[in-house]
Write a protein that binds this ligand. Sequence first.
Ligand code: NDP
Ligand code: MG
Length: 397
Amino acid sequence: MRSLVILGATGSIGCNTLDVVAMHPQLYQVLGLTGATQVEKLFSQIQQFNPRYAVMTDAQAAHQLRQLVKEAGLPTEVWSGAQALCDLAAHPDADIVMAAIVGAAGLLPTLAAVEQGKTVLLANKEALVMSGELFINKVQQHGATLLPIDSEHNAIFQCLPAQLQQNTATQKLADFGISKLLLTGSGGPFLRKALSEFAHITPAQAVAHPNWVMGQKISVDSATMMNKGLEFIEARWLFNCAADDIQVVIHPQSIIHSMVQYTDGSVLAQLGQPDMRTPIAHALAYPQRIQTNVKPLNFFELADFSFSKPEPERYPNLYLAIAACGYGQGATTALNAANEIAVAAFLAGQISFTDIARLNQAALGRFATVKAPDLESILDLDQQARAYVHDQLKKVS
Ligand code: NDP
Ligand code: MG
């Protein structure tokens, strides 16, 4: 029986994780769950999984949850505040921590789990994008086990030799005969939309992903392909490779979740339904396999597979992220922060879809060469980039 903490339990990844856990009560025990705003949802998860701890970051929301828990006569302790997320992630009784908070808010709790040498299931890609080398160094230093949840990185991981899986962050891909990581992406809902219509794209259109059901922020990131850009940076750190070792390939059917090309001409791919329960179950059970409710692939029902190169005019955010990856830590931290603010402004109806890339580009231009070698400077730069974009927003709107 392994004990599990889910950071971001009320989100899309959190709910999918609980769905897998519910199928295997003999394998996993829920120690703690966290949410930010969705009190009712967290309460119903508490009723079902009976965790020892729950965290609502917001004090008011925590107060409401505490009342509900008390009235229901449940034993769950409810904590609040950002520090409580770190305390729960670092709890001595936690074996596995699912890092599924969205955005930079997930960085410190995820690092807290890493620093206690936990098995960390990483969905929160922004944490790694922000802190790259520092994050990976901490994983090594504290003997944590890092398993990717992002479907592409999980696919790549599954296509690596077992010996390389033992430590992907420090060994060299070339030593295992690997020549390229092929990162696939669907191209999102606007793969074939006329570029002239992009300025009029609404938030509702942008969050309607053709293949995946996800949280709002990552859905917008998928539409701009910033998501693939963040994944490019994520792959660079998870698999210890250079930008030249990664190729982004558009595959609109989202059945091949990514591939690894070997020097002998072989390409290994991981395939499956676009359903996050597969990578979640893989990482939860690794190196075993457990059952999920995911429908098996039926090759006789699949549409033809197609592949293309992402067009720079359609996906400027992807190319900004690849450029940031080349500049280094400061650039990726600033771009991630800028994008969070820009996406939130777009979702709030303050700016247009095409303004997202404009703001991201401005922030990258401003901060690309800033050095951010330690946690303090990373957090400081994150704040500076957010403030910069807020200033720019006043000029746009
Ligand atoms: P959601 O928006 O659905 O969920 C986000 C979770 O984080 C919720 O539990 C939310 O709480 C919590 N949260 C939000 N803001 C804060 C904050 N400031 N402090 C603490 N908790 C907070 O996102 P997803 O589940 O879609 O994504 C989570 C992460 O996983 C992201 O980094 C995303 O990129 C990554 N990912 C997601 C995939 C997917 O299929 N959804 C696929 C691959 C990666 P509440 O809801 O209570 O407000
Ligand atoms: Mg992904």
